[in-house]
Design a protein around this ligand. Sequence first.
Ligand code: SF4
Length: 209
Amino acid sequence: MVGDFMKLLLHICCAPCSIMCIKKIREEKIDVDGYWYNPNIHPYMEYRARRDALRSYSEMIDLNVYYKDVYGLDEFTKNVSRDISKRCDYCYTDRLASTVKYAKDHGYDSFSTTLLYSPYQNHEKIINVCNELSKAFDIKFYYQDFRPYYREGLEEAKRLGIYLQKYCGCIYSEEERYQKRIERERIKEEIDKEWQQYKKENKIEDLKK
Ligand code: SF4
């Protein structure tokens, strides 16, 4: 495999996800640079926190990173708001197409993405987008399933004190994060209510402490 991939451009969604990808790629003696382009991350303070975490981490591991520094709430929401259930299709394609164009214009022979590391992403869809772009731009797609290293990468990120995000990136995923918590709380309240009713009907007393 090493001979096939010499100079690789790696799309990086965030520093924690990049740890194991870079480690594994470097283990194969492939020359890797990073590419930051994530206009899907909102709001701005979150975007900045993730970008700056990568700046610090890349210095730590001596990784060259190109920053296409675009905070794109307007553009992103304009493109996905018609059907937010399909927003990840646009999100993957937009970020990876930019990576591939940059790689092609700057002498890289291959590309890949840290999106292949997360078990929370649609892995098959990412592979499909990468394969399509590889064909369209005549540049090799380096595939490795980085998901088995998820725990290891997370532990390393914690050990190094790297900023860890709490949601995927877009404003919709931020909303989902709270929706899940709200739903859990609602279910707990319902169960508590039913339990109180059950205790009353069956004359169950609470144990004295
Ligand atoms: S959920 Fe994640 S991958 Fe999907 S659109 Fe939002 S930021 Fe992009």
